[in-house]
Design a protein around this ligand. Sequence first.
Ligand code: SF4
Length: 312
Amino acid sequence: MPACSFCHREACAFLAYMPRHFCPKHFREFFERRVRRTIREFGMLRGVGRLGIALSGGKDSLTVLSILAPIAREMHIELHAITVDEGIAGYRDKLVEVARQACGELGVPHHVVSCKKEIGFSVDEIVALKKRETSCSYCGVFRRWALNKKARELGLDKIATGHNLDDVAQTFLMNMLRNEPMRLARFSPNGGLVREDGFVDRIRPLFRIPEKEVALYALLAKLPVQFCECPHAHEAFRNEVRNFLNEVEARHPGTKFRVVSALLSVQRALAERTAMEPLGYCSLCGEPSAGGACRKCEMADTLSRALGKARN
Ligand code: SF4
């Protein structure tokens, strides 16, 4: 490996879009500077007194936790980590333990929310019911619902998530492919275009950083990362979109950055031209919802019926 472009140490990374070589020290400094700049540029922590971190226990959320913990101390922000346990044996239980240890080391209060306890179903049970939809469709809806409910109970102003550049580019493409433009309007680096009373805004401090760089940072910072994959990941539509984007990126470097720039441009245009309808509330559970009953309640109802049939 050639020398670092900023000192004489051996480089551990080459960022083609710079283009510069980085030794471990300069890579970590560059990484942290970018995250801090993103937080400042988008005013992500403006007016925040209590901040949540959606801590799955994976590399992205552990990275967010390790970078936000000192920033929160500097800004006198109270930090809480929330881990949603969807009930995936052999996978999530390991990551819940990783998350617990990481929070213990940093002195951050850690809250674990179980989908089984809150909603009545674990993802493993949903898989066993062999629904037509993938388990990921249920898992994503249940996780967001549980996270939002817990964040509100804790009185949090915002929730930081570990979404990186790859995740955001994938989400943008998935929304386009599914023709779900209003979801696009509600997904942004710093909350959606509409502020909802019952919905705790998300911030995404890593949204400009490619996934590979997050993985390298987590390794260099010696975060307790377990590189394990959910056993149901192969079912996810996201997986197909991820592979497609990776192939295009390999042939046309910079594609993911351009997709995320396009997302920001579309959102700016939407913000200027569209009067967004605020969300209502679910008639069953009272959480924010675009229709009568929210998707979590509709899905839980479908599962209850399927479970009843399976028992008969
Ligand atoms: Fe849930 Fe699917 Fe992600 Fe597994 S891959 S954690 S089932 S959304």
